[in-house]
Design a protein around this ligand. Structure first.
Ligand code: GDP
Ligand code: MG
Length: 679
């Protein structure tokens, strides 16, 4: 059947914007530059410390001034930028915000119900330069809240601060050692991530260790011939990576960005770049599939330069290695580059204290109960250790690595699968070995209670319908949009037209655009930045739809560019009239296609949700892209025509006016409802 044509953008675009310094450097020169760079790094860190110090002095000054002005103001005046509740209050019962440390700016703005830009401006006044996705420490949050008339109730995971401080205080200087880097491989689908990870794993298993069965625990550690070790995290595609980052967790020291040399920079490549950059994690580029005849690494480098990734031999800072993950060519060189990057990062940890780390993956195993893969970040994890992780506790009953080798203990940067938990923790949960099992249980209990509270307090995201009210009330200065379209062309036209919409008080800003269906990742990004997602001829995946519901992210789907633009214009002027909302009342997967002479193609479907009726309005979706809209013309159970088929059953159907049905297509039954505008 072959892959469906999904309006893939034309490759082989003219390489514009190639920098003048496009001369490949020789290997020798490269090393020299690197050494030089190394030195620069050290002295730069001194300069940075100095800067941080100056910065702290400045913040302190601002703080004093602010406090003074608050003190003199507090009796008579109130902040005009604040909401009604606070202007009525006299400072005694100021609104309380519950935030966790390392909350991103966007999330804090949402909690305070003020535009992220105002928050960024306020922070700038205080001498703190941040972007919308940067996280803030508790000191800064407290300062900021003071300034804006809030009381802060820190919502670090309950007792996290105690555990963390205790953990940090238990570090003994003499026991600090270098630790291996933790690496995550990212990139567009089919560019060779799995192949690369598999090659590295197989090429570097120490032979005398290979007695066990490979377990695929989502992370593994390799030992290079020169004795150096590197840990790879395998499961977090960038969805999980983003989810962890949203929780303030960082697992990765270095990101390897795989780009196939016979393709180009693709949507997921861009997403990976954006996210690694936002998290401040160094990126090493791996240009893969150079064994292919049509491989064009230079074109990839050009592509990357257009996304502000300038590789070293183009005069930039990013290490880059051309590889073939399939036959292993140059993979050793890639590993060397990882070690080089790691050296510059000066990664260290105490290797003897009680272990602390992070949950990478977890599941409930039918036979063995809860199991989790944990990355030990510092200290040493031993069999019998009592621990707390997220809302669950336990004692390490057994542990083993990717190769099924049982471990008695695991040190910094070592990923291991452990058994002995009472419940299943979540990816990104912190993990601490704790001396008192009682204390661990109490903490876990309290966390469960707070989690429940938090869930009932979930606040709402922005919708097009309520955007005008928020503008009026001065809460929104920027309307953030995420655009997903079926092809490059419409994506660009839509983004450009939307960005051009002008409004006295609001700026329309496209924070992310991409080709392809709307995925969980888009929704997470929208949730973190208070954005609305606009899809053009594309659909959300069912996971994305569920997530959007729970995260209160609005997804608007359009088929005509003009309508999308008009909707935004109307929303901004408060003229948005009742909208017709599309509801999906049923879905089915096409599992087979039968050719019936004179009738045409009949799709053999399995109904996964709702029920299907003859003449029902449907949409045909292929790879999250809307292909055709029509209705069901024939509906059959086996050989008989029927009026209706229910969920969980198979049926045969044909679509009026459309014959090119393919296996794997999704058919959605659509209903339309009028949705009144909120006032
Ligand atoms: P992922 O989706 O990024 O994990 O990509 P995979 O590792 O599954 O690879 C996708 C396809 O590309 C598979 O068919 C691989 O065999 C192929 N592939 C991966 N690396 C190379 C390479 O270096 N050369 C060639 N010729 N094919 C490769
Ligand atoms: Mg893969």
């Amino acid at each position: 059947t072959g892959k469906p044509a999904t309006g893939k953008p034309a490759t082989g675009k003219p390489a514009t914007g190639k920098p003048a310094t496009g001369k490949p450097a020789t290997d020798n020169k490269e090393k020299k530059v690197k050494k030089h760079f190394n030195h620069g790094k050290k002295s730069r860190s001194k300069v940075r410390k100095q800067k941080i110090h100056e910065h702290q002095v400045a913040v302190h000054d601002t703080f004093k001034k602010t406090m003074a002005s608050i003190a003199s103001d507090s009796k008579s005046k109130t902040k005009k930028s604040r909401t009604k509740q606070s202007s009525e209050s006299t400072g005694e019962n100021r609104p309380v915000i519950k935030v966790s440390e390392y909350v991103p700016v966007a999330e804090l703005a949402k909690q305070m119900d003020i535009p992220p830009n105002s928050l960024i401006a306020k922070l700038m006044d205080m001498g703190v330069m941040v972007s919308i996705n940067k996280t803030l420490d508790m000191d800064t949050i407290t300062l900021l809240a003071e300034e804006l008339g809030y009381d802060v109730e820190p919502m670090v995971e309950y007792a996290e601060d105690i555990l963390k401080t205790r953990d940090e205080n238990s570090v003994i200087k003499a026991n600090i050692e270098e630790r291996p880097p933790v690496v995550t491989v990212m990139g567009h689908v089919d560019h060779g991530k799995t192949t690369l990870l598999d090659y590295i794993r197989e090429a570097n298993v120490v032979s005398d260790e290979s007695g066990g069965i490979t377990q695929h625990i989502g992370a593994y550690s390799v030992k290079l011939p020169d004795g150096h070790k590197i840990s790879f995290i395998d499961t977090p595609g960038h969805e999980a990576f983003t989810a962890m980052r949203a929780r303030g967790a960082s697992v990765t020291d270095i990101v390897i960005l795989v780009v196939a040399a016979d393709d180009s920079v693709m949507p997921q490549t861009i997403e990976a770049i954006n996210h690694a950059k936002a998290a401040n994690i160094p990126i090493i580029i791996a240009i893969n599939k150079i064994d292919l005849a049509n491989a064009d690494p230079e074109q990839i480098k050009g592509d990357l330069s257009r996304h502000n990734i300038l590789v070293e031999d183009w005069g930039g800072n990013y290490q880059c290695q051309e590889i073939s993950a399939k036959n292993g060519k140059n993979v050793d060189k890639l590993l060397e580059k990882i070690l080089l990057e790691s050296e510059m990062l000066e990664l260290k940890a105490d290797s003897l204290k009680n272990a602390s780390g992070i949950i990478i993956d977890s599941k409930l195993d039918k036979g063995r109960g809860p199991v989790a893969t944990i990355l030990v970040q510092s200290g040493v994890l031993k069999i019998g250790d009592a621990f707390i992780t997220g809302m669950t506790t336990g004692r390490v009953r057994a542990m083993h690595d990717e190769y099924g080798i049982p471990f008695e203990s695991a040190g910094p940067s070592v990923p291991v699968q452990i058994f002995g938990m009472k419940g299943v923790p979540s990816s990104g949960d912190t993990f601490y070995v704790i001396d008192s099992e009682n204390e661990a249980r109490e903490i876990a209990n309290q966390r469960r209670i707070m989690k429940r509270e938090q869930e009932s307090n979930r606040n709402k995201g922005v919708t097009l319908e309520d955007v005008f009210d928020k503008i009026k009330d001065g809460y929104i200065k920027e309307l953030n949009l995420i655009i997903k379209a079926d092809v490059d062309g419409s994506m660009d036209v839509l983004a450009e037209s939307l960005s051009k919409i002008t409004h006295d008080e609001v700026r329309v800003k496209v924070i992310h655009k991409g080709v392809g269906g709307i995925n969980e990742h888009d929704v997470l990004l929208a949730a973190a930045s208070g954005a609305i997602i606009m899809g053009f001829h594309v659909r959300p995946t069912s996971l994305a739809r569920d997530l959007a519901e729970s995260e209160k992210v609005e997804i608007k789907l359009y088929k005509v560019i003009y309508e999308a633009i008009e909707d935004v214009e109307k929303a901004l002027s408060g003229m948005l009239t009742p909208t017709i909302k599309e509801i999906i009342v049923g879905t089915a997967e096409v599992r087979d296609v039968f050719k019936i002479p004179k009738v045409g193609n009949i799709a053999g479907c399995y109904i996964t949700k709702g029920n299907f009726k003859r003449n029902a309005k449907i949409k045909l979706i292929r790879d999250s892209i809307e292909i055709y809209e029509s209705k069901i013309s024939t509906l059959k159970r086996f050989k008989d025509d029927v009026a209706e088929v229910n969920q969980g059953y198979e049926c045969g159907l044909s679509i009026e006016g459309y014959d090119d049905i393919k296996v794997g297509d999704i058919i959605e039954v659509i209903d339309y409802q009028e949705e009144a505008r909120k006032i």
